[in-house]
Ligand binder design. Structure first.
Ligand SMILES: NC(=O)c1ccc[n+]([C@@H]2O[C@H](COP(=O)([O-])OP(=O)(O)OC[C@H]3O[C@@H](n4cnc5c(N)ncnc54)[C@H](OP(=O)(O)O)[C@@H]3O)[C@@H](O)[C@H]2O)c1
Length: 327
């Protein structure tokens, strides 16, 4: 089969489209003929071996994970003998980050628990955009953020995957949503439903005097004291990711801060795929639609990852995987 292979850390140029052996499903695994995948921060970090903790997880000197890609959508080709939920022909999607990656390939194996059935009305491209980013948005807004109707929400780093799902979910709850990102993304963000937008190159939302009941942050590039200043009296700050040093501060100072203040500081530890059924319901009801950047072809993965890493993307960068040598 064809796959995008990573043999050393470096720029996305180190990725090569190669012919490799097709994987076989273990007893509790499903073999999927992949039709689409999407790019995540995991891929950008894995390819570069940065930040350093990635090397502790994925190989100090060279990557143990040979094929990047964690969000996938495709058709079940074969199932291991212990698989109960799926059968050949089923259309599935999911985040396979806990199954060893491998999404940028024609075929991939995943544990059955990493997959959900794809609704017939959802395309493979749409399905591949959902798992990672939508789960972070749902778990950040609903579970950690306890978002309530009538509240004021701000999403920092709002023009990417988490933000474009986040605004749609928040609007269903009935809140006023402000999005912060660079100027080129603000029109798209307004079209997605953001009530207010802030260009972070022009204005610092932690210093403009406005307060929010919930801040959902995908960039975490400030101190928690800055964020606290932009929270209302009982406000909650939730980070899903960002600068490792700042995340470290949230992890260690956040619980103390929450103990001595009415304001709360939380971090999302992603539970992959937990809310895919919820996303299926919203999608089928026409309430949520992924914002697609691309799609790119499998051979264009290096370009797609470069585009993601430069922060030029809007919504989710998606890869389509064609078969019969058309990749
Ligand atoms: N918590 C967990 O368990 C877990 C698991 C996996 C991933 N994650 C993290 O979750 C996050 C995923 O977010 P995502 O997929 O939505 O990312 P994304 O698609 O890269 O979106 C982030 C957006 O932030 C913008 N941005 C860059 N610098 C900014 C700044 N200083 N202020 C405001 N916005 C800025 C970027 O655009 P420009 O560059 O054009 O400005 C981009 O539009 C990542 O941080 C990832 O590491 C967390």
């Amino acid at each position: 089969m064809k796959a995008i292979v990573l043999t050393k850390y470096g720029s996305p140029d180190v990725l090569e489209l190669k012919e490799v052996e097709r994987p076989t499903a273990k007893d509790n695994e499903v073999l999927i003929k992949a039709h689409a995948a999407s790019v995540n921060d995991w891929d950008w970090c894995l390819v570069r071996g940065k930040p350093f903790f990635i090397r502790l997880l994925c190989g100090l000197l060279k990557p143990k994970i040979k094929i990047p890609g964690v969000d996938i959508a495709g058709q079940v080709e074969a199932v291991g003998r212990d698989v109960k939920k799926f059968q050949p022909g089923d259309e599935v999607y999911g985040d396979i980050s806990e199954c060893g990656f491998g999404g940028f390939a024609e075929y991939v194996c995943a544990h059955e628990n990493a997959l959900a059935l794809k609704p017939a009305s959802m395309t493979f491209v749409e399905a591949a955009a959902i798992p990672h980013a939508a789960m972070l948005a749902v778990q950040g807004l609903r579970d950690k953020g306890q978002l309530q109707p009538g509240q004021r929400l701000l999403i920092n780093g709002a023009g990417g995957g988490v933000g474009t799902f986040g605004v749609q979910i928040a609007k269903l709850i009935g809140v006023e949503v402000t999005g912060v990102d660079s100027s080129e993304k603000l029109d798209m963000m307004r079209a997605m439903g953001f009530d207010q937008t802030i260009d972070y190159t022009q204005e610092d939302f932690t210093k403009n005097g406005r307060c929010y009941d919930l801040i959902l942050d995908t960039k975490t590039n400030r101190s928690i004291f800055d964020y606290a200043r932009a929270l209302s009296r009982n406000g909650i700050y939730v980070t899903v990711g960002g600068s490792p040093a700042r995340l470290f501060q949230v992890l260690f100072l956040g619980p103390w801060f929450s103990k001595f203040s009415k304001k709360k500081i939380h971090m999302v530890a992603l539970k992959p795929n937990k809310d895919l059924d919820y996303m299926n319901e919203l999608f089928e009801a026409g309430k949520v639609k992924p914002v697609i950047d691309g799609p790119y072809k499998l051979r264009e993965v290096p370009e797609a990852i470069r585009h993601f890493g430069a922060g030029n993307h809007k919504g989710k960068v998606v890869i389509t995987i064609e078969h019969n040598n058309k990749t």
